[in-house]
Design a protein around this ligand. Sequence first.
Ligand code: MG
Ligand code: MG
Ligand code: MG
Length: 307
Amino acid sequence: MSEKIYVIGHMNPDTDSICSALAYAEFKNQVDPGNEYIAARMGEMNSETAYVLERFGFSEPVLLEDATGLNIILVDHNEKSQSVEGYDGAQILEVIDHHKINFKCSEPIYYLNEPVGSTATILGDMFLSTAKNIDEGIAGLLLSAILSDTVVFKSATTTEKDWRVAKKMAQLAKINDIKAFGIEVKKAKSSLEGLSANQIIYSDFKDFDFKNSKVGIGQIEVVDSAESEMRRDELLDELNDIRESKDYDLLVLMVTNIMDEGSELLVSGLSNKIEAAFDVEVKDNRVYLDGVMSRKKQIVPLIEGVF
Ligand code: MG
Ligand code: MG
Ligand code: MG
């Protein structure tokens, strides 16, 4: 009997989560036509992702609010704290990811994790080796997700494989200048205009549990720091409000400047943990970290290490 299987990325979805869900659902529908694979999402898409979907002619994945009793495939995440409501009551059939693993299962499942720059890199490679055909639009989605997650290859998470798969996808998507296209994608998200401080903080936000301390780390990417500097006090106020109302021990917003290749951290709560993790002084609830662009590689492990 044909089963419905939802392919879904993490909460506060980024371009990699959305594009990987769309691409992997398409891949699975090709290789396993007996079942129906449906791309899904766990929340509102950001403006960068909306730009990418529009550019390549896709509509947004279906919104899944509760996965209880459903068959799901996780892409771009594996941890319960970053996943959909009903995670424990869902049948998780597969995981395709590029993050640290914090996952338990009672039966063997297909679990593919690679230390590469994006989930889309793993999927692009899979399409190239297995799929009958790669649609121009799918190639465009995968290219965009690689560029988004690797911050146009500037992130410390970037590998040779990201480059290789991106070049192939660019050929298929008929994109000639990969880097120029990457900046175009990034610019679609970099404007803070029309967003409240709360929306900015939650636009790409992740929860962590570090030795029973509740830590939240958001990240925004900008191509010009003027706008975020102007709104710094407002963002700090909102961080303080969220920390108090939601009982965080530490709340951080990374404001990553893609052009300068560094991040300013706005910090609410245990700033001594930030000072210990990066050997810096946090002044006026902020500190600039030169060369730091990756939350996953350059922020999370260092903060976790001081808890
Ligand atoms: Mg992601
Ligand atoms: Mg990713
Ligand atoms: Mg990301």
